[in-house]
Design a protein around this ligand. Structure first.
Ligand code: HEM
Length: 498
């Protein structure tokens, strides 16, 4: 009994001393933050795994100011200068908990790679996502949009009062997901996932829809001893779904290599060109190529579904904005065939709606975490020690009342009348900046423009009667948005013949 008591006292003394050190003597002690989060990682992880971390980070910035200590060695910045100070430096990498390789995989991808490998990967992949390359994907993207529009048209329920009254209630999130997934398969390896044809998702998608599991994995990595134990006792069969995805991707990659004349340019084609022209030290290994192709499939599908879902959520909740957009789209073209990505890039209201959607519903609302390198850094005018995890959270930054007037309101016009001043553009980077910024920004913008404009050209879209629009912010955020179903009623466009 006496020994037990002594042991418990030693442990208690250790924790109290440690807590005092973290709160008052640690180099980050000068930054404000919630006491419990500073002395233990657990409340942060609970909040994250409950799907509310970005909401909480925003509240903490409102309470404590532009720099908040989120953990013993973690700072969040709500200051536009942090974009440049954190993200434009190539030696700021994702912390190990957030840049880990999948179990059993040794090759790196853009997400996990050290700086030199990352630069090598970007050099190989950037050409496939330039503005010019993206224009060459338009016909492939368009063919899946056309398929979507036709399938929706076929699904309309006949109304005895005439075809203009035909309608159907559909889950827009599901249709967006099927479409974006098919498109990314086509752009990566000239083989879609045939989701639209099957009218159901591929097994890969069900993994991506469960980001909660990724958060559990990241949480465990904060405790290396636990990670070690779990990796030793977890049966290999637990990773069968991941294994199946890797096998499926390898099969797609190898089949694509056998294709002599793909119907359009794709990422594998660009990588083949790179491998031919590159020196040995610039080349990617086979496993590196496979991991990077998969990274693009992940990055280029689910994000777009979030943005499409966000755009229609906001438009349906704001009928005046919907009317302005519908009118712009339908009055800018004589016929559907005239609609092109190039023409859509010049429609001011459409592009303002997209920016306003990315502001309120950024596909990555969570903290974009980076580790301060051994040289240390000055971030937003403050010296930060090596080894500190630093981040900007898009959700918090894009809704800052110091930068945006009526920060929670959906006002696309703010991007046209400049009411928020130059500060808005300095704060607003939904695709991030610097060497780790979004590889697929031009493609993402093209897909968003085409999806929104073509759908609104062909169909009227409204909320089901007697159904209240759910609030976007009622969704949980597991690194990205939970994406609850978005039930909408579609019917043929009333004003313009197709
Ligand atoms: C609206 C849609 C999208 C948004 C808002 C978006 C946003 C972002 C952001 C913020 C990052 C940085 C993440 C971080 O710092 O941890 C990122 C990275 C990335 N995105 Fe996107 N993305 C979108 C669509 C796409 C598409 C369509 C593709 C591919 C075709 C793509 C591919 C990638 C890749 C590969 C990375 C990792 C880049 C690297 O680490 O070098 N994204 N994206």
């Amino acid at each position: 009994m006496g020994i037990l008591l002594f042991g418990a006292s030693v442990v208690a003394l250790f924790w109290v001393t440690r807590a005092i050190y973290h709160l008052y003597l640690h180099p980050l002690a000068r930054y404000p933050g919630p006491t419990l989060w500073v002395i233990s990682r657990i409340p942060y992880l609970i909040c994250m795994n409950r799907g509310s971390l970005p909401y909480r980070i925003r509240q903490l910035h409102e309470q404590y100011g532009p720099v908040v200590r989120l953990g013993v060695d973690e700072l969040s910045f709500n200051d536009s200068r942090a974009w440049k100070d954190i993200y434009t430096r190539k030696d700021f990498l994702r912390p190990p908990q957030w840049g880990a390789r999948p179990p059993g995989i040794t090759a790196h991808s853009l997400i996990s790679a050290p700086a030199d490998d990352h630069a090598r990967f970007r050099k190989a992949m950037n050409p496939a996502f330039s503005e010019k390359a993206t224009r060459d994907y338009e016909s492939a993207v368009r063919s899946y949009m056309n398929k979507l529009l036709s399938l929706l048209g076929e699904s309309l329920t006949k109304n005895p009062r005439g075809p203009e009254e035909d309608s159907k209630t559909v889950d827009l999130v599901e249709w967006a997901n099927l479409t974006t997934f098919d498109i990314i398969g086509e752009i990566v390896w000239s083989k879609s996932y045939e989701c639209l044809d099957a009218k159901r998702g591929h097994a890969f998608m069900s993994v991506l829809m469960h980001f909660q599991a990724f958060l559990v994995a990241a949480s465990i990595k904060y405790y290396p001893w636990l990670d070690q134990i779990l990796s030793e006792i977890t049966p290999k069969s637990a990773f069968r779904v991941l294994d199946d995805i890797f096998k499926d991707s390898r099969h797609r990659f190898l089949s694509r290599l056998e294709m002599e004349h793909p119907a359009h340019p794709d990422l594998v084609g660009y990588l083949k060109d790179h491998q031919m022209a590159a020196t040995n030290s610039e080349k990617l290994s086979g496993p590196e190529i496979e991991q990077n192709l998969l990274t693009v499939v992940v990055g280029g599908s689910e994000t777009l579904t979030s943005a499409i879902s966000g755009a229609f959520h906001q438009l349906l909740a704001h009928p005046a904005a919907m009317e302005t957009l519908v009118s712009e789209v339908r009055s800018s073209f004589e016929k559907e065939a005239d609609i092109s990505a190039g023409a859509l890039s010049k429609l001011p209201y459409l592009n303002a709606v997209i920016d306003e959607t990315l502001r309120l519903c950024p596909p990555f609302p969570d903290a974009l975490r980076r580790l301060v390198p051994p040289t240390g850094a000055i971030i937003a005018g403050r010296a930060v020690d090596p080894g500190t995890t630093v981040s900007v959270s898009c959700y918090s930054m894009f809704r800052s009342p110091k930068i945006f007037t009526e920060p929670d309101a959906f006002i696309p016009a703010r991007w046209l009348d400049g009411r928020d001043g130059p500060g808005a553009k300095e704060a607003f980077h939904p695709f991030a900046v610097g060497p780790h910024n979004c590889l697929g920004q031009p493609l993402a913008r093209m897909e968003l423009r085409l999806f929104i404009a073509l759908l609104l050209w062909r169909y009227d879209i409204r909320c089901p009667q007697a159904q209240e629009m759910p609030k976007w912010e009622d969704q949980k955020i597991y690194w990205t948005w939970e994406k609850t179903p978005l039930e909408v009623v579609i019917s043929k466009a009333s004003r313009v013949p197709v």
